[in-house]
Design a protein around this ligand. Sequence first.
Ligand code: NAP
Length: 349
Amino acid sequence: MYQNGSSASDHPALSAFEDVDFSTAEARDVVVIGTGPAGWTAALYTARADLNPLIFMGPEPGGQLTTTTDVENYPGFPEGLLGPEMMDRFQEQAERFGTESRYGTVTHVDFRERPYRLLIDEETPVYAQTVILSTGASARYLGLENEQRLIGKGVSACATCDGSFFRGETVAVVGGGDSAMEESTFLTKFADKVYVIHRRGELRASKIMQERAFENDAIEFVWNTEVIDVLGEHAVEGIEVVNNDTGETRVMDDVTGFFLAIGHTPNTEPFEGWVDMDEKNYIQTEADSTYTNRPGVFACGDAQDDEYRQAVTAAGTGCKAAIDAERWLSEHGRAEIPTSEAERAPVKA
Ligand code: NAP
């Protein structure tokens, strides 16, 4: 991995720019990368500030909300609404004020000096005066075929979002960290029984979270066990597990909800080595702002938040990023767009 603090002038991503002609590249004041609640909100606010933002919809347009069903915890929608519909509405609102949205994954960035250079899908060049990083995070899944097929139909990586659909039922949570403890405890508000299935014989979670789960009569721990299949055609009708000590397999056919709590991975790979990140590759921002260590580059949403991870908090930081970008741009002005590569100022190390 490219390390924080290394010299940007030898960043491995730069080789991707070598054969790309930037002489006719379009130049924008604000480029937003990622279209979850944070990205669309940043686009909405910068559009309303007349900055004509360009937003890129990457491999998972709409982000994690598109993998959930009803969203019941977003303020202002007392009846709830479907995750994908909610993201369509975010998009419609941002576009109404002049956001230009495009499909495309920002695969490489050159953040050495402004105007910053971006490559879309490894080939299309774009100049950006400011960049808002809102690429989100992806929940980790086990990678089982039926697990993927049943996402939103009983398989979920968000108990806060989907727990209430399992009132009176039996659910299983996979994981042994704080998230698994928190989510299983939360799920007992709805489900009659919650299995916590952990691959080892001891938990990774903090003592206090463990104790809370141990004291909860509705939670049953299933130790040294891994899930090898999720059963059901149109909804979860059970899970198949293997005991890691004995190799014995069995079906738990009372399980109708299957929750993953095995961590998240931030989608920040293209920005490694350009902006400071923590040990888990979440982008670091200055306290109480969305400033990264790179001038004119801002980060919001789950790409920089390992803690709250809610649509409403992501939208909030997206708003902050837009305001930060607008203020920063009016303070620092626009960098001149080079008319050709040859005329670009020499790169400072
Ligand atoms: P985590 O601490 O990385 O724990 C992930 C758990 O999933 C581990 O128990 C791990 O097992 C298990 N796991 C990983 N891959 C697996 C696989 N393929 N199959 C089966 N099990 C697998 O993640 P987290 O619980 O999401 O927590 C992330 C961070 O947020 C932590 O720093 C945590 O303290 C924090 N957090 C804090 C709170 C709170 O304070 N309220 C709440 C939630 C999260 P092993 O143990 O065997 O590796």
